[in-house]
Design a protein around this ligand. Structure first.
Ligand code: TYM
Length: 353
């Protein structure tokens, strides 16, 4: 029996500005992974209507995420870059997964609770079912690895639960159709149709925090623009935001242990390490004993050096929307072929005529 071929899948929502958290938690990892893996990167436009239905310019937002992928270094010829709504199989498989997943599983999702807020009854059904669509995004390609920031961990655990329940519930049909693939579940070798996807979360900045409050995640929805570095910020704005970033009065210590209880210092150190592809320990060795008045200017230089060329290239790409559209069209044509094969198998397994 065959085993799953390694395949990387990830997605980014086209809502609001991309920020440093999206870049370090996700996009920078995509760029590194593409060297040694087949990858599919998706602008998940269908996810963006779950929390807010009407958007000012969803098309432009979708193009800007694709532009960010390419400007950051993703190769859309070797790999697949597309927008979710152009591949209807995502929605089709999500429907099936809605029937596999249990309501209790969805109710436990912390992001649903956060986004729905107090008025849960008034949240869209799509927001509740969001993780089911996310599982479909990944599993319609039978992807094995998913690079994401730490905030997506629970959703990826749920994708594994959905895959496992589908594999169990249909195990006899999967075997009868000869569609089983061998995989390890813990110590046990089992066969199933969908892989149990591995999240790729590690790295020095799996959760980039707000520059104004080290206890809060850097996010698109923070009302303070000073809390985040946007991928569209120019060099002066990046410098201003880092200069104003909250810190404490102590110098940087010798060891990571001594950083405990200093969330803002930890955050800036993690950002420096991720931007320079070094470990936090290594960066700390260089700056041990230094004040933030020394560390912050070094971080400004590094951030500008890494981010400015990406920002400029994004702007250049955005000036030619038809070029981006052509890339997305090519990507969705290729994605449709792959997803179509999975859906033919799934229809057979379920018994749709
Ligand atoms: P989204 O669009 O909110 O974020 C895109 C990626 O950026 C990461 N991220 C962060 N990483 C570190 N620090 C932060 N402060 C930070 N903020 C965001 C996210 O973890 C994510 O990797 N549900 C997903 C999109 C999605 C998806 C998928 C991802 C839909 N289908 C399938 C992977 C596979 C989301 O809303 O990400």
């Amino acid at each position: 029996m065959s085993s799953f071929k390694p395949l990387v899948f990830s997605g980014v929502q086209p809502t609001g500005n991309l920020h440093l958290g999206n870049y370090l938690g996700a996009i920078r990892k995509f760029v590194a992974l593409q060297e040694h893996h087949d990858c599919i990167f998706c602008v998940v436009d269908m996810h963006s209507i779950t929390a807010q239905l009407v958007h000012d310019d969803l098309k432009a937002q979708t193009r800007s995420i694709a532009a960010a992928f390419i400007a950051a270094g993703i190769d859309p010829v070797k790999h697949i870059v597309f927008n979710q709504s152009a591949v209807p199989a995502h929605a089709e498989l999500a429907w099936i997964f809605n029937c596999v997943a249990r309501i209790g599983w969805m109710n436990r999702m912390t992001q649903f609770k956060d986004k729905a807020g107090k008025d849960r009854e008034n949240a869209s059904l799509g927001l509740l079912a969001y993780p089911s669509l996310m599982a479909a995004d990944i599993l319609v390609y039978r992807a094995t690895h998913v690079p994401v920031g730490d905030d997506q961990k629970q959703h990826l655990e749920l994708a594994r639960d959905i895959a496992q329940k589908f594999n169990n519930d249909f195990s006899a049909r999967i075997a009868a159709a000869g569609l089983g693939v061998e995989m390890m579940v813990g110590e046990e070798k089992v066969s199933g149709y969908f892989p149990l996807t591995e999240p790729l979360i590690e790295g020095p900045a799996p959760r980039v925090m707000s520059l104004r409050d080290g206890a809060k995640k850097m996010s698109k929805s923070d009302p303070s623009d000073l809390s985040r570095i946007n991928m569209t910020d120019d060099a002066d704005t990046i410098a201003k935001k880092i200069r104003k970033a909250k810190t404490d009065p102590a110098p940087l210590p010798e060891t990571l242990e001594e950083l405990e209880g200093r969330p803002e210092a930890q955050n800036l150190l993690g950002i420096y390490a991720a931007l320079s592809d070094r470990t936090r320990k290594d960066v700390l060795q260089e700056f041990a004993g230094q004040q933030f008045s020394v560390f912050k200017p070094a971080l400004v230089d590094l951030a500008v050096e890494v981010l400015s060329p990406i920002t400029k290239e994004m702007q250049r790409l955005m000036d030619d929307p038809s070029h981006i559209d052509a890339i997305l069209k090519d990507g969705s044509d290729r994605a449709n072929v792959l997803a179509g094969k999975t859906m033919a198998d799934v229809r057979e397994i379920i018994g749709f005529l």
